[in-house]
Design a protein around this ligand. Sequence first.
Ligand SMILES: [Zn+2]
Ligand SMILES: [Zn+2]
Length: 82
Amino acid sequence: MTHVCRNCKRTFSTELELDLHRDTCEEASQLVCRECGEMVSERRATRDGWHYRCPNDDCSGSGLGEDLHHTGDFSVATSSLQ
Ligand SMILES: [Zn+2]
Ligand SMILES: [Zn+2]
């Protein structure tokens, strides 16, 4: 069984390798917070991949698609998802 990084599509043979890679993946998703206008990495904005919150202490931004948006949502007009 292979584990695929959903950001850069690299494959790893173990989940541990994938976990280690995701900390340093250069293709990791960037989010932009509408509340404070700062760019934050997806990993810092969520712990479980479900609940999103702006990591800035003095910012109350939360919710993917609400206050937090993928930077790609701004620059890409048409979906390139397969
Ligand atoms: Zn990756
Ligand atoms: Zn914010």
